[in-house]
Design a protein around this ligand. Sequence first.
Ligand SMILES: [Zn+2]
Length: 178
Amino acid sequence: MSLNEIRDKMQKEISQSLLMLDNAIKTTKLPIVNEQKTNNPLWIDVREIDLRYQIPVKRIFKFFEGLREGKILATKCPKCGSIYFPPQDDCPKCKISNLEWIEMPKEGEIVAYTVVNVKPPSFSHYQDYIVGIARMSNGVNVLGWVRAKEVRVGMKVKLEVIERKPEGYLTYELVPVG
Ligand SMILES: [Zn+2]
């Protein structure tokens, strides 16, 4: 499915549920519909919010530049040595900013994971996916999608820059070794 088809499909689903809401208000005078799976009453806000997160990234922009160069960068506090990933520009322990940039090691090992088959609406166009935590060789834990059909604790993985399809943006994933 193309990105536009996915957007159309989501818009149609939203329109349908709004239609259900209109009908519910007409018959019961309440903005309540029964959830399809459980039949439990669900209160639905009649006002719509189109939510798209925006996060200022000026101080960690180097991380995104790194992705384009195939590098996965973290920050390190020059005072206490704490490593932050995803990177942040402040060390809460030392209360200082302007941390150093370092490259994350590629080698890690899965310490926990979960298979996501009930997805939030904005992820409904993806196949079931696995989210895992890997302990990297520098001791830092990384949370990310695991590019595999099956995972086990102790599995060796590599931290790699990948292109998330169909959107086409660069991010990182944990990829099994061998
Ligand atoms: Zn520090």
